[in-house]
Design a binder for this molecule. Structure first.
Ligand code: IPM
Ligand code: MG
Length: 354
């Protein structure tokens, strides 16, 4: 198992350290190589996704990533921003299928800002298209143009999807729904945007191959509302890159904390990049208080999806459930009556539970 480890910026190195300890404790035959991505890479090489990292990532079976970005790089030109490194690796490795599961652990139902009766038992999966849409569409930019007879700055981006890009992500989502509760909700904005009219048409065409899955459609504004009104109506949600970015943060909050959410970004052959859904949290970087569980759970997804080691994945997931049941909580999920711990102690607790 060749794994490229990219700790990144902010809390990235702290949470990755715990995830790597958990991975090593499983005693699997893995070969880990560390490299730079994001702001730390800009500082050393001037490039958020340097060539050395590109080579190691392409050569690996899987990539484990912490997080990228921070205020010290906000002033850089767009092509040197840490986020560009993340978008670059997703695009270069062809990681078009982003799986973001949102699960409410029984112990954390009260940690959500929503009423526990609304979120208890929630188990949904967002399948987000990750290498297309307005994120990558050309033309894009900010230019000075003649607008209504005067010159002013003009910003533009392009939303587009090809039929084949839509079909391949829909297939991933239908397959996932088939292995779960058999319900797929495709989210678009077909009342306004042609690109997403095509999305809906292709979703309906693809559904013919999955008669056992119940397909529904929802407009993105309604989906945003339904996610907080009655999130348990959903099993699998599939949507484009930008809508998926927004809805997955919303879904994360249902679970109590974005610090709990792992993700997998897969190519067509099972190679994947695994990362927590949260960002680099510069405000708490270096303090040893960040929640490492999303990253540890990302390791479980890696073992499941890239290496087909279901047993090892379950061991990690069960260990996480156990530490939550034992009352261990990092600050983001801490409530009265629980045991508040830092990043390292949470890692220790998971190792002990393993
Ligand atoms: C995410 C993040 C990224 C995205 C940013 C950091 C570029 O928000 O993974 O959801 O927008 O995809
Ligand atoms: Mg996001």
């Amino acid at each position: 198992m060749k794994i490229c480890v990219l700790p990144g910026d902010g809390i990235g190195p702290e949470i990755i350290a715990e995830a790597v300890r958990v991975l090593r404790a499983l005693d699997l035959d893995c070969d880990l190589t560390e490299a730079l991505l994001g702001g730390c890479a800009v500082d050393v090489t001037g490039d958020p996704y340097p060539e050395e990292t590109q080579r190691l990532a392409q050569d690996a079976d899987a990539v484990l990533l912490g997080a990228v970005g921070g205020p010290q790089w906000d002033g850089l030109p767009r092509d040197q921003r840490p986020e560009r490194g993340l978008l670059g690796i997703r695009k270069q490795l062809g990681l078009f299928a982003n799986l973001r599961p949102a699960i409410v652990y029984p112990e954390l139902a009260d940690a959500s800002t929503l009423k526990s009766e609304v979120v208890a038992g929630l188990d949904l999966l967002i399948v987000r298209e990750l290498t297309g849409d307005i994120y990558f569409g050309q033309p894009r930019g900010i230019e000075t143009r003649e607008v209504d007879g005067h010159r002013e700055r003009f910003g533009f981006n392009t939303m587009h999807y090809s039929e084949s890009e839509i079909r391949r992500i829909l297939r991933v989502a239908f397959e996932a729904a088939r292995r779960r509760r058999g319900k797929l909700c495709s989210v678009d904005k077909m009342n306004v945007l042609e690109t997403t009219q095509l999305w809906r048409d292709v979703a309906n065409e693809t559904a013919v191959d999955y008669p056992d899955v119940e397909l529904s459609h929802m407009l993105v504004d309604n989906a945003a509302m339904q996610l907080v009104r009655n999130p348990r109506q959903f099993d699998v949600i599939v949507t484009g890159n930008m809508f998926g970015d927004i809805l997955s943060d919303e879904a994360a909050q249902l679970t109590g904390s974005i610090g709990m959410l792992p993700s997998a970004s897969l190519d067509a052959d099972g190679k994947g990049l695994y990362e927590p859904c949260h960002g680099s949290a510069p405000d708490i970087a270096g303090l040893g208080v960040a929640n490492p569980l999303a990253t540890i759970l990302s390791v479980a997804m890696m073992l499941r999806y890239t290496f087909a080691r279901e047993g090892a994945a379950l061991r990690i997931e069960n260990a996480v459930e156990k530490v939550l049941a034992q009352g261990y909580r990092t600050a983001d999920i801490c409530q009265p009556g629980t045991r508040k711990v830092g990043t390292r102690a949470m890692g220790d607790a998971v190792l002990a539970a393993l």
